[in-house]
Ligand binder design. Structure first.
Ligand code: SF4
Length: 350
């Protein structure tokens, strides 16, 4: 059977199941999902928007999360007790989230607090992390943040404590420090496999922000060498990138922001604009289709293979096995502490 016809059959089946389940089901789709998956969703957004939607929806019995595992896990933490969260492929993980192992984070906290009082350090964790790290931050007074509200989270943390320990994305951390005017010599990187993260006692005492040594392989693929020749060739083009890109790339771009910011940036650009974007390729290609009066192109082709694991076949299989297959749940103790950190994030923007 031709792929196109096969997809049409699957799409019809998905639509029929959605119709049968009515408001008992919501399908959440992340911006980096394939076009055909986004079209099957009830809501699309970044991890912040989708986690808010999951927290606010009281009606749906089933939440099917088309994204990566940590996102579905956050939805499961915020969901009501009667709600079931499922992900079409349980193997859809996140390389960056895997870089912050809870055992290593706890070891780092133990070493750090030998040098500074634990009441002087606020742990903050990016949404792109597993539930145990979120719980660790929640237990120690900290919060979760996303790329939409990292600067707000930093300001919130500094009102209460002198230092921030930020997990796991060092580039989002560095770009936020630059945005807030925190000097480079007040920022250190913690390498989890080295004693004291590879820092001296003096470095730690002097620092205001300690960044875990993690990064996103999809966003760190972009380099200044992608931007420079394009700027020379298309002097009227603009460049917008995600804050998980390196500091050099962010500095060379015209604008930086979360996936929702990027969507808004394209939406508000003048007709006939040429915009180069530094983020995941599925979002860029979809935006180019959705805004035919503008040209939206990638800085470089960079695909997240984990996001790409969700497809029409495994979405249909999940819907045909609603409430039974690839359920994402979190241990109750971890859930309680992680929820504290997620609730603090949600209250930052209320
Ligand atoms: S784009 Fe990067 S941070 Fe996002 S899910 Fe993929 S690997 Fe993780």
């Amino acid at each position: 059977m031709q792929k196109h016809t096969k997809n049409q059959i699957i799409i019809q089946k998905i639509k029929q199941i959605k119709k049968n389940l009515g408001n008992k089901l919501i399908i959440l789709t992340h911006h980096y999902q394939r076009k055909e998956i986004v079209e099957m969703g009830d809501y699309r957004g970044d991890s912040f928007g989708l986690s808010k939607t999951a927290a606010e929806d009281q009606t749906a019995r089933y939440i099917v999360f088309c994204g990566v595992h940590f996102m579905a896990e956050s939805a499961a933490i915020l969901a009501q007790p009667h709600q079931i969260v499922q992900i079409p492929d349980i193997e859809a993980g996140c390389w960056m989230a895997d870089m912050a192992d809870t055992y290593l984070a706890e070891k780092a906290w133990e070493q750090l607090t030998q040098i500074v009082d634990e009441k002087a350090v606020m742990p903050l964790v990016y949404m792109n992390s597993d539930a145990r790290i979120k719980a660790f931050c929640g237990k120690n007074g900290g919060a979760v943040c996303t790329s939409s509200n990292t600067a707000d989270a930093f300001r919130w943390a500094f009102k209460q404590r002198e230092k921030i320990f930020f997990f796991p994305d060092q580039y989002l951390g560095k770009n936020t420090c630059n945005q807030l005017g925190i000097k480079p010599d007040e920022v250190i990187v913690w390498k989890p496999n080295e004693p004291f993260g590879g820092n001296t006692e003096e470095d730690i005492q002097r620092s205001k922000v300690i960044l875990w040594d993690g990064y996103c392989l999809v966003h760190t693929r972009f380099t200044v060498d992608h931007i420079r020749p394009l700027r020379n060739k298309y002097p009227k083009a603009s460049f917008v990138v995600h804050p998980e890109c390196t500091e050099e790339v962010v500095k060379a771009a015209d604008a930086v922001g979360s996936t929702s910011f990027i969507v808004k940036y394209i939406d508000q650009a003048l007709p006939k604009s040429l915009i180069f974007v530094g983020t995941e390729i599925n979002l860029i290609e979809r935006l180019n289709d959705e805004y035919p009066d503008k040209t939206v192109l990638p800085l470089h082709h960079s695909l997240c293979p984990n996001m790409y694991k969700i497809n029409l076949e495994n979405l249909l299989y999940t819907l045909e096995n609603i409430g039974k297959y690839n359920i994402v749940d979190v241990d109750n103790v971890i859930k309680q502490d992680a929820r504290k950190a997620l609730d603090r994030m949600l209250s930052l923007t209320e």
